[in-house]
Ligand binder design. Structure first.
Ligand SMILES: C[S@@+](CC[C@H](N)C(=O)[O-])C[C@H]1O[C@@H](n2cnc3c(N)ncnc32)[C@H](O)[C@@H]1O
Length: 275
C-alpha cells in the first residue's frame, strides 16, 4: 500500500504552480468523465436549497458552484493559493457572491467556519491525503448530526486504480526518493475509516469503469490515448455512472454518500494505521 509523505505532500499542495497546472476538469479531453460526478450529485443527492454546505478542497470551485446554483449557502475551502484565486474567479464569473464564500482551510483542521453544516463535500481529495482518518474526523466535526457527507475516491478495485498502483510501484523502484502525491483505497477500507469517524456509508456510484486514464495531464495525442479515450467516452454516453453494487466500486472514480451517525464527541475518530 502506498503511504504518502505528510510533510512533502502538504508542502506540495500549499505551493503555487503545482496542482493548478494539472487540475483542469472543466476543460480538456476528460471533461465528460468529471462532469459525470456532477451528474451523480444532481441525480442522487436531493437538496431543498436551504442547506448550508461546506466544500472541502474546492479547487476551481466546480462543486461549490454546483451547490450554490442549487440554492445552498456554501463555504468553500482549499489550501492552495492558486486554487483559492481560481475558485474566487469562478464565484465572480458565475455571479454567486451572495451564496458562496471562499476561504483558506486545511481538510484536517476545519473550525471557525460557521459549522455545523448540513452537508460536507470532499471531492477528488481522498487519494492525495497523507492521513484520510484525520481529515474524516475533522469533516465529521463540521457536520450536524444526521448531516450528509459526499466524497470521491480512486478505488484499488478499478482498472484505473490498478494501473496507477502498478505505475507507482515501478516509480518507487526506479527512484525511491521521488514524491508520490496519490494513492488508492479499497471500498472496505473507505467504509471502515468512515465508520471509525462517525459516518455511515449509504450509497456509492462508479464513474468510468472503462476509463483507464483519468488524468488530464497524461493525455497526449498518442493513438493509444485516443483509443482509451474513445472507449471511456462510449461508456459515458451509455452509462454516465454505474449504481449497481458490483460495477459501482469499479469506476475510475467512486462517488460516495454517507451520513453522520453521532455527535462528533461520541464518534471515536481514527487515523490510518501506520504500515
Ligand atoms: C484534485 S483537486 C480537486 C478539486 C475539486 N474538489 C474538484 O473536484 O474539482 C484537489 C484539491 O485539494 C486541495 N488540497 C490538497 N490538500 C488539501 C488539504 N489538506 N486540505 C484542503 N485542500 C487540499 C488542492 O489544493 C486541490 O485544489
Amino acid at each position: 500500500m502506498t503511504k504518502l509523505d505528510a510533510e512533502r505532500v502538504g508542502d506540495y499542495f500549499s505551493r503555487r504552480d503545482t496542482v493548478s497546472g494539472w487540475w483542469t476538469p472543466d476543460e480538456g479531453p476528460l471533461r465528460f468523465h468529471y462532469d459525470a460526478e456532477l451528474q451523480v450529485l444532481a441525480d442522487g443527492v436531493p437538496l431543498t436549497g436551504d442547506e448550508r454546505v461546506l466544500d472541502v478542497c474546492t479547487g476551481r470551485g466546480r462543486f461549490a458552484a454546483h451547490f450554490a446554483e442549487r440554492g445552498c449557502r456554501v463555504t468553500a475551502v482549499d489550501v492552495n493559493p492558486d486554487m483559492l484565486e481560481l475558485a474566487r474567479e469562478t464565484v465572480r464569473r458565475r455571479g454567486l457572491e451572495e451564496r458562496l464564500e471562499v476561504r483558506e482551510a486545511d481538510a484536517t483542521a476545519l473550525h471557525g467556519l460557521g459549522e455545523p453544516f448540513d452537508l460536507v463535500s470532499c471531492m477528488e481529495l481522498f487519494d492525495h491525503l497523507p492521513d484520510l482518518g484525520a481529515a474524516l474526523a475533522s469533516m465529521r466535526r463540521a457536520l450536524r448530526p444526521d448531516g450528509r457527507f459526499v466524497f470521491t475516491y480512486v478505488p484499488s478495485e478499478s482498472l484505473y486504480g490498478s494501473l496507477g498502483n502498478a505505475y507507482r510501484w515501478w516509480k518507487r523502484r526506479r527512484s525511491p526518493g521521488e514524491l508520490l502525491i496519490s494513492r488508492t483505497y479499497r471500498l472496505a477500507e473507505v467504509r471502515a475509516l468512515l465508520e471509525a469517524n462517525g459516518l455511515a456509508l449509504e450509497r456509492v456510484w462508479g464513474v468510468g469503469v472503462l476509463c483507464l486514464n483519468a488524468q488530464t495531464r497524461l493525455f497526449g495525442d498518442h493513438p493509444l490515448s485516443r483509443l482509451l479515450l474513445g472507449g471511456a467516452r462510449a461508456e459515458a454516453q451509455r452509462w454516465p455512472y454505474h449504481a449497481s453494487p458490483w460495477l459501482a466500486p469499479h469506476g475510475a472514480h467512486v462517488v460516495g454518500l454517507a451520513r453522520a451517525l453521532a455527535r462528533p464527541s461520541e464518534a471515536g475518530g481514527t487515523s490510518e494505521p501506520a504500515s
